[in-house]
Design a binder for this molecule. Structure first.
Ligand code: GLC
Ligand code: CA
Length: 448
């Protein structure tokens, strides 16, 4: 992976539906590879494509070595990897090692892979039910742990057989040509051995780094070395430690910050100062769990969405775009009777289908309602002043930026930073501004 890679996150069910059943599929990803190559991304990371009862839309994995029949076949995935490679695009999968589906055969045949207790041992809460994270299992007459839905039992990472299983799974995919993994709940795998009270004993334990160090050893056997990127939902101060084993740790404090100069600039500075030498930062403003950047940061104003994209794409390191960011797609409207997510509040608004055309005809009857199609790929590709072209141009321009980051003095509301021989200037206000003789429109970013 190049140090300034642009990673494009695909949410498969909502990306592109090739066979017309209302569900995006792997063949749909293949069909749009030319478009992604045109955009200039280096890698695509797809959210889970494994067989799953879809309690948590793929994040409840029932078989780690296969493809969900609704999304395609293993052959389709092999085709995706091969076709992407021809275009210089890496394929990264989503690895879900914290838990499985309760329909995974391990849950019935290898119960020792999971975390059990005769009584409810502590105060740990489920993120989805908000009640106890311990669920009574009538047949086994014990409680099992689930940080997420009760249908997502947590694996026991103190069990060396569990570790061995995942090493096999990782090799299985790397042998097929996968170039990287986004690791789901990377901060959560290892639980306190004594199951002590306190959320800090359920997640964020330091022993997890050993797991990633061992995966890194496997990755080093491959050439080019695949990339390991963690979903590290931790405070920035804790995030840095994940670089012991991982290549990339997702910067969630950045993603969840308000789009304000006084909040973001110190955060970027703290990130750059805190990273171990040589570590590559990550920047993103959307994913399938968070309101899209055009809605949250853009607040309905496309100029603001572009300012956010400017930032994500001109800071040093890796930029991650979530499908739709490139057209400043906003969250969709999902009426109560169409809600499919287990989480409350529902994450469906950021998971609605990607509009490829204004008529939306490519979606017919999509699994989640198609939102506003006024921002769509077809029209933005035809219009050189569109956000899609803006993103494409920025992806090209970022290749010319130098190393490092240095905040430069600037007038109020303007953010200026040095990137080697270039300077990036971003007007973070709804008013016109000037920086060193350069005139900036509201929310405008320029590279000088
Ligand atoms: C991660 C995923 C999220 C999922 C959860 C449980 O946070 O991004 O979508 O619900 O893990 O697997
Ligand atoms: Ca389909």
């Amino acid at each position: 992976m190049r140090g300034d890679a642009v990673i494009y996150q695909i949410y498969p069910r909502s990306f592109f539906d090739k066979n017309g059943d209302g569900i995006g599929d792997v063949a749909g990803m293949v069909a749009k590879l030319d478009h992604l190559a045109w955009l200039g991304v280096d890698a695509l990371w797809t959210s889970p494509t494994y067989p799953s009862p879809n309690v948590d839309w793929g994040y409840d994995v029932a078989d780690h070595r296969a493809v969900h029949p609704e999304l395609g076949t293993l052959d389709d995935l092999d085709t995706l990897i091969a076709e992407a490679e021809k275009r210089g695009i890496e394929v990264w999968l989503d690895l879900v090692p914290n838990h499985t589906s309760d329909r995974h055969e391990w849950f019935s045949e290898r119960p020792e892979y999971y975390v059990w207790s005769k009584t409810i041992p502590n105060d740990w809460k489920s993120i989805f039910t908000k009640g106890s994270a311990w669920q009574w299992h009538a047949r086994r007459r014990r409680y099992y742990l689930h940080q997420f839905a009760p249908q997502q039992p947590d694996l026991d990472w103190w069990n060396t057989d569990v570790r061995a299983e995942f090493e096999h799974i990782i090799r299985f995919w790397l042998d097929r040509g996968v170039s990287g993994f986004r690791i789901d709940v990377a901060h959560g795998l290892v639980k306190d051995r004594e199951l002590r009270d306190g959320v800090e004993h359920m997640r964020g334990r330091p022993e997890v780094h050993d797991v990633y160090r061992s995966w890194q050893q496997i990755a080093r056997e491959y050439d080019p070395k695949p990339t390991l990127m963690g979903e590290t939902v931790v405070k920035l101060e804790q995030m840095f430690a994940y670089y012991q084993g991982l290549d990339l740790a997702q910067n969630f404090d950045f993603c969840t910050a308000a789009f304000e100069l006084d909040e973001l600039r110190p955060l970027v500075e703290k990130t750059m100062h805190g990273l171990p030498p040589g570590a590559i930062p990550t920047w993103f403003g959307s994913n399938h769990d968070h309101s899209r950047l055009a809605t949250r940061w853009g607040a309905g104003d496309e100029r603001r969405a572009r300012a956010a994209l400017f930032l994500v794409l001109t800071l040093p390191g890796v930029a991650i775009l979530y499908q739709g960011d490139e057209i400043a797609l906003e969250d969709g409207d999902v009426p109560e009777n169409r809600v499919l997510d287990v989480a409350d509040p529902s994450r469906d608004p950021e998971r609605t289908p990607l509009p490829w055309t204004r008529s939306g005809e490519e979606w017919r009857e999509p699994w989640l309602p198609l939102g506003d199609t006024r921002r769509n790929v077809e029209e933005q590709r035809a219009e050189t002043s569109s956000t899609l072209h803006y993103v494409r141009d920025l992806i090209r321009a970022r290749r010319e930026l130098g190393d490092g980051y240095e905040t430069l003095p600037s007038p109020r509301g303007v953010w200026a930073y040095r990137r080697g021989a270039k300077t990036c200037v971003l007007n973070m206000t709804p008013r016109r501004a000037t920086y060193d003789g350069t005139r900036l429109d509201p929310w405008e970013g320029v590279i000088v």
